[in-house]
Design a protein around this ligand. Sequence first.
Ligand code: 6R9
Length: 586
Amino acid sequence: MAERILHKSPSGSVLHHLTDYAAARREFNWPAARRALVGGEDSRLNMAREALDRQIECGRGSQVAARFIDRDWNRAEVTYTELKGRAGRFANVLASLGAGRGATVATLLGRVPELFTVGLGTLEAGNVFCSLFSAFGPEPLRTRLELGHVRVLVTTESLYRRKVAPIRNTLPELRHVLIVRESSGSDLPQDTADFAELMSGASQEHETAPTRDTDIALLHFTSGTTGRPKGVTLNHAAVIAQHATSRLVLDLHPAEVFWCTADPGWVTGIAYGLIGPLTCGVTLVVDREEFDPRRWYRILEEERVNVWYTAPTAIRMLIKAGTALARERTFPHLRHLASVGEPLNAEAVLWGVEAFGMPFHDTWWQTETGAIMIANFAACEVLPGSMGRAVPGIEAQLARRTARGGLEILESFDETGEIALKPGWPSMFSGYLEDPERYQASFVDGWYLAGDLARRDAEGYFWFIGRADDVIKSAGHLISPFEVESTLMTHPAVAQVAVIGIPDPIAGQAVKAFIELKDGFEPGEALNRQIMGHARRLLGAVVAPREIAFKETLPRTRSGKLMRRLLRARELGLPEGDLSTLEGRE
Ligand code: 6R9
């Protein structure tokens, strides 16, 4: 039997929100969770109201809501009352721009205070907030700004010049670009406005819009195997599940210090880097810098972090940097560690015990689920390598699609199946933008199918097996092979291309492209570098391939579809599987 680890917070520090898993599952229901959050039967529900107004009403106005740390260790703090004032100002700025309720407001920003202001102000105004990943190149940005019909964009001057200016004239719906200045004095680019100037001219008094549970609050982009990126919409009701899981899974308590290391360009950075924790009245720590082991240990110690939510790639990089570095510091305030985004191997869970005296608690969810669905709970035993059990209020099963287009729910244990969730939880996505067919296709026989394969043991612990599709997860970022292929195809030498994920010891997976060249082009180092440069410029370094291989021909089915599966099998030396549809039968 697998080793089990139980780590409860030192006595006297906190009482866990969930102590008895079976009882919590029995007693939990979503209507009660909603009532507990909004304090009654209020028919209006707004994420920003729960994150700010409600906290101020509870007497937390002067508590620090977020503490931002810059490169030189300057700390900028903002209290709940101040953040509410800033959000109100931004909501008024949106009104003065005539953005219109429901219009989408996007940010292209790092982890800066303005992102919090814009996000919460947008929600308060009843507009849709979309946080874009600042490491994307112009091409992924163009697709997302266009698909999201983004009306207002807030970004910095340098990001604007590098990434948005080159595509601005292809985006007629993007009416307003507000620039967060990095230095004073310089002229702003054409057709942009000064964010700070608009803010200082606006009143901070603003009445939170009377949004309903079913009004769209957030737009997140995620990747599928084919076609355009998927614009996932989450409604204001999602805050009910984000709050419930911030308590039950992350075990957050008011006034605690919480650090979520996820980038706000991805769903975790918003659900658990902003909304959920603020609805629990914590103080958020926000590091503006990129990963650095020494820096991260210093933050955990000096900021007195109580609860830490991070990701496997970061944990593997810390392991690589050596446990001795962790030992140079002490973490008397740390009491709960959690991880998300990629498979967390047993070694990484156990390393938590070595370095911090407690295991990492894996959690599983997706952009589409809007909140954590499967988790290891702070007061329960952790089975290293397992993602944990279904969250109270969530019915999770493993299923197999039948040949007739139906669904078979697997009854026996230790069978591999696709994770299936019974709709009814409040943060379930409300749609894929402009793609109702794709939305419909995510549900079979009344179950949402997640596209991830797993196993479950007799106690209900889920064990991740892999994805059911070709989507790549690299360093926690979900990457569509199709999006990378489409961009590579724009290079004049490229005739055909297929992109797969190959194993990487740190990032989990890395992007590899197989390219068939057009006649007249010679494979070689020079061309390799040229195509690589082209990809990085358009896609951004995070999405661009790490490796390129030239091939005479790429395997495809008789109907002309690329067989990425076969390329992957050959690359990894795995069985090639059923080749009956392979064109030409090599
Ligand atoms: C929150 C988030 C979702 C996909 C998901 C799965 C992978 C997430 C995981 C995990 C193994 C875990 N994933 N958590 N795989 N173990 N604990 O990451 O959302 O960006 O939409 O990605 O990430 O494949 O389907 P998103």
